[in-house]
Ligand binder design. Structure first.
Ligand code: ADP
Length: 227
């Protein structure tokens, strides 16, 4: 499903964010990406979402070399990818319902169908009662559930999450993780960058450790261990 083939990303002659990355993620996998701050985790996610182009090497998704996409094909490619961030990145002047609906309104989907799908998703994520609130009126957990609803409502094949529990209290962090696990059980591939040792150690999932832009460890049922 995802294949990094000898990928290096340099931002300048002196800044190499990731170097010589070789990594395969199968369809339906759930993987944690761990490593110290500045290790290159966000860069890897942004190479996958095609925000960044590799300096050298290839990023292949569904057998397509995504650096070769024409700019007109990038929006279509991005439908495959949902992205969730630490700071939610919700539109502050839109309600919960509008934030989530917008993800479908940019496509040619009939309004009635959008309304049904938004209602189903908000109910599933237990934020239907909050649908007319604005992001600043939400708790951190509600904001992150809204952001995840927005990311997955278009049924992406891959969900990328960059420190999605970083700003949440432990209990809320667990509920977000449970939600990501559920989304993964529907068949969505999940790649989550995190510093949350407790969560990583409790999950017994594949853990890829990156340090100084290189993969130093890749273990099934791995632990959060940066050494
Ligand atoms: P992490 O997500 O593991 O904290 P990042 O991928 O954000 O790490 O960063 C890896 C390295 O690349 C850091 O040295 C960072 O400063 C640098 N970097 C990341 N994005 C940019 C950018 N847009 N321009 C210049 N340098 C960047």
């Amino acid at each position: 499903m995802i294949s990094f083939q000898n990928v290096t990303k340099k931002f300048s002659t002196t800044i190499t964010a990731v170097e010589g990355i070789n990594l395969d993620v199968k369809k339906g996998e759930f993987v944690f990406l761990v490593g110290p701050s500045g290790a290159g985790k966000s860069t890897l996610l942004r190479l996958l979402s095609r925000e960044y182009l590799p300096t050298t090497g290839k990023v292949i998704v569904d057998e397509i070399d995504i650096s070769k996409l024409k700019s007109s094909d990038i929006p279509i490619y991005r439908r495959k990818i949902g992205f969730v961030f630490q700071d939610f990145k919700l539109l502050e002047d839109r309600t919960v319902l509008e934030n989530v609906a917008l993800a479908l309104q940019v496509r040619e989907i009939p309004e009635l169908e959008i309304a049904k799908e938004v209602e189903r998703t908000l109910k599933l994520f237990e934020i239907w009662e909050r649908r007319n609130l604005f992001p600043r009126q939400l708790s951190g957990g509600e904001a992150q559930r809204t952001a995840i609803a927005r990311a997955i409502i278009g049924k992406p094949e891959v969900l990328l999450a960059d420190e999605p529990t970083g700003d949440l209290d432990p209990q809320t962090a667990w509920s977000v993780l449970q939600l990501l696990g559920e989304i993964n059980s529907w068949g969505t591939t999940v790649v989550m960058a995190t510093h949350n040792k407790e969560i990583v150690d409790a999950q017994k999932r594949r853990v890829i450790t990156i340090k100084g832009g290189k993969i130093i460890k890749d273990r099934n049922e791995g632990k959060y261990d940066l050494h």
